[in-house]
Write a protein that binds this ligand. Structure first.
Ligand SMILES: *Cc1c(COP(=O)(O)O)cnc(C)c1O
Length: 458
């Protein structure tokens, strides 16, 4: 076991491939449906929104997919990211557990989202896309794609959830600094947005609404604009596996192997990115690492949602996928961990949770900020409120190991820094944050789900 605190890979260790869980998952992929016809989607339908290379990755079953050199060159600006052992936090907790974290806040945009943003911008650029559209909740995805589009010289329209637009002006300014156009969603730029504003001019927006607007603009552009999604889809999870591949090498440098791997989940991409390579080691190499996805009690899709086919967005324009869902009309409470407010969850991740290969837990907001402060005080780094959910669960694991006097190796993904989230910290410090109990009516959610025409084999 190493005495080091930081485990730094050299540039030549940067992975050459992403890992595709579809090659090894014991769960067959679930079909995807056209929201208009409820029939299985055709590549034609998807090609309105995405370039063909990304569609091929979406359905690929190849185990390893080469990272293009152009993408690796940009990754090298911040990758490989560091892995750290949280020795001071271990001491503060008085735990025999060893706590490691992978730091994805090291990217220029401040979160793991740059890993897929650069890849998506690249595949769009080589396919001839002139401009991209996207949504953003807390602003991390919009920031990452703004940077990536700038690097590949494409324009970008960002539909930003209105409450975040108002609460996070610095995120908007950052996107504009990279050259993106940012709109507070719902906007009057789309049929759907106009319709919502007519009914309620003060509609605060949601991620589902913003997705609908970005999709509508791309779909109406006759192919000149394509849409980019920051989470949920298979190709996004694929791009994030660079995190877990590096972490495997770094745990090796540390001379340890994790008993549990933890990540926060909004749409499921950063968690899947660190976890899937460890799932592979479980399936193929006989390892027995526990994988733990952590969500807020305010949007408990994995722990309380219904596992069924649902629309990816509120306007029912995005494809229908099988996932743990709170219903496409779910209006999340206005908690600050904006990136974790989606009604659904990545289908590949959901299938593995349903199969019992990955577990999930929900943690309340105030306990999450308490953990964030404990981490910041010991380690110095102020985490994004989303990442703090993973920290909460990691601390709980370390305390459980202490109670059982057990050595336990804990690895979690620190998905981003919190330097643009200080208003949330201020709210917590002044006692203004409360735990919002979301009442989930599973029968009501199940009744809203669309009926799809399953092929007879499925
Ligand atoms: C977007 C975001 C998340 C949640 O999205 P996932 O797809 O679940 O990873 C978590 N942490 C940070 C810092 C984010 O920006």
């Amino acid at each position: 076991m190493s005495e080091q605190t930081r485990f730094i890979l050299s540039e030549s260790d940067l992975p050459h491939c992403w890992y595709n869980i579809a090659a090894d998952s014991p769960v067959p992929p679930t079909p995807v449906f056209n929201p208009m016809t409820q029939e299985p989607v055709t590549p034609d339908f998807l090609s309105v929104l995405f370039p063909m290379e990304l569609i091929m990755q979406e359905i690929s079953t190849e185990r390893f997919i080469d990272i293009p050199e152009e993408v690796r060159e940009i990754y090298k600006l911040w990758r490989p990211t560091p892995l750290l052992r949280a020795r001071r936090l271990e001491k503060a907790l008085g735990t025999p557990a060893h706590i490691y974290y992978k730091y994805e806040g090291a990217s220029p945009s401040g979160s793991h989202k740059s890993n897929t943003a650069v890849a998506q911008a690249f595949y769009n650029k080589i396919a001839g896309t002139r401009a991209m559209t996207t949504e953003t909740g807390a602003g991390q995805w919009g920031t990452a794609l703004s940077m990536a589009c700038r690097m590949f010289e494409m324009a970008l329209e960002v539909y930003m959830v209105k409450v975040s637009y108002q609460q996070k002006p610095y995120r908007r300014m950052l996107m504009e600094t990279y050259g993106a156009e940012v709109f507070a969603s719902p906007t009057n730029r789309t049929v759907y947005g106009n319709d919502l504003l007519k009914r309620d001019p003060n509609n605060p927006g949601s991620l589902g609404i913003a997705i609908s607007e970005a999709v509508e603009v791309a779909a109406a552009s006759n192919g000149s604009k394509k849409y980019g999604l920051g989470s949920v889809l298979n190709h996004v999870l694929l791009h994030q596996t660079v995190i877990g591949e590096e972490a495997l090498l770094q745990m090796d440098m540390a001379g340890e192997y994790p008993d549990v791997v933890i990540g926060c989940v909004g749409g499921g991409s950063n968690f899947s990115g660190i976890a899937f390579p460890f799932v592979r080691q479980n399936l193929k190499e006989g390892q027995r690492t526990r994988l733990l996805a952590v969500e807020p009690t305010a949007t408990p899709s994995l722990t309380q949602g219904v596992y069924g086919f649902d629309y990816g967005d509120t306007a029912r324009m995005a494809p229908i996928v099988k996932m743990h869902t709170l219903g496409a009309n779910f209006m999340p409470p206005a908690i600050h961990a904006g990136g974790l407010r989606y009604h659904g969850m990545a289908p590949q991740l959901c299938a593995l949770v349903d199969a019992g290969l990955i577990s999930a837990v929900a943690v309340p907001q105030t306990a999450t900020f308490e953990a964030a402060l404990q981490f910041a005080h010991a380690e110095g780094l102020v985490p994004a409120p989303e990442s703090a959910h993973a920290i909460r669960a990691a601390i709980d694991e370390a305390l459980d190991a202490k109670a059982k006097d057990e050595k336990r190796v804990i690895l979690f993904n620190l998905s981003g820094h919190g330097n643009f989230d200080l208003a949330a910290y201020e709210a917590y410090l002044s006692g203004k944050l409360e735990d919002c109990e979301t009442i989930i009516d599973r029968d009501q959610i199940a009744r809203q789900l669309p009926k799809v025409n399953l092929p007879s084999a499925a």
